[in-house]
Ligand binder design. Sequence first.
Ligand code: TMP
Ligand code: ZN
Length: 401
Amino acid sequence: MKCRVCSHEISPFMSYGHMPIANGFLMPEQFKDEYFFELKPAFCPECLTFQIEEQPAPEMMFHENYAFFSRTSAHMQRHFKGYAEWVMVNHLRGDDAFVVELGSNDGIMLENFAKKGIRHLGVEPSANVAEVARQHGVNTLVRFFGAEVGADIAKEYGPASALMAANVMCHIPDMHGIAKGADALLSPDGVLIFEDPYLGAMIEKTSYDQIYDEHVYIFSALSVANMFSPYGFELIDLLKQETHGGSMRYVLARKGARMVAPSVAAILAEEKAAGLHLPETYEKFRQACEASKARIVRLLTEEKKAGRRVVGYGATSKSTTILNYCNIGPDLIEFISDTTPIKQGKFTPGMHIPVKPYTAFAENPPQTALLFAWNHKAEIMEKEKAFTTAGGKWLTHIEKD
Ligand code: TMP
Ligand code: ZN
């Protein structure tokens, strides 16, 4: 395969096997037509980008029935309020600021700008989530962002002070289109700010469930710097985030336009110390994934033998990688409880474990819960004190014995 960013010839370092659409929760009558592809991660030693080889067409993942609404988590609402305020304080200059968010989802971040009367525009390809954003007063365009859309927006609204994204950039295969779009859209001192699951955290934790169809890239500061440099952008700040089990916020500006914070050199050095630029790191990661798989299958099998009921907590997109890679089905996990109405009553992609409303967990608690929403652990532990104090056991795939 060719590297998606620099076209260097590369090859995947492992395979997670056949994978369905991670967010493709489905009904039994749809089982026979379920789409599968092979999930294979690769690392490019040239531009240092971590990527997946094959990605299903965007239309298969982001459509009118797209099940992901950011708004369902109170924790994420707080996070985005903080993100928005940080942008306002640190990066908006002058009183005619104009901010654009790509992949603005249900408007969870932009509503913070809308409420302050700041000119804004969301760009969101899923019509159903865009509609929810509009209901919250967020001006939203239903399109996929790219070179052309960036230029179109600049023509209609003028240059943007900030182009932002959260958990979206890593979904977009054509980074060149994004960079060109940013170049066309941003004012001379405009900033490009995005945050995504962080490669450094994934390697450290063996949280391989970050790898699924939507995440075509898992970025590092090293790879982001290489990606945007040809378009005249440089990193000016880096901020680690707790969200999604470890994310990074990247801030870029046109070279020389803004001061470069000390965090940039510090984190680049940290990444080199962790070997994120070396192929052998990914060979070690492969071995760690295999060990994680063996462990979780062993633990679930032991629970079953001991007659202990196991229920999954949170039917996350990420869990699709774990379940299908480890071949865990309804024989090992009775059902998965989830608070998202659109997933309830359906079955998980590939392994077809029933998804039930949260009430099913609360009313008939199992002996053991496998926490798929491990990135929301603090919030969930707070909520589930009763289960834990009654002797309920928690498992996650990222712990090591
Ligand atoms: P995310 O990790 O992509 O944000 O997805 C979280 C999923 O977990 C989403 O489907 C909602 C579900 N969830 C619960 O069922 N209960 C909870 O307490 C939390 C925080 C999430
Ligand atoms: Zn490359």
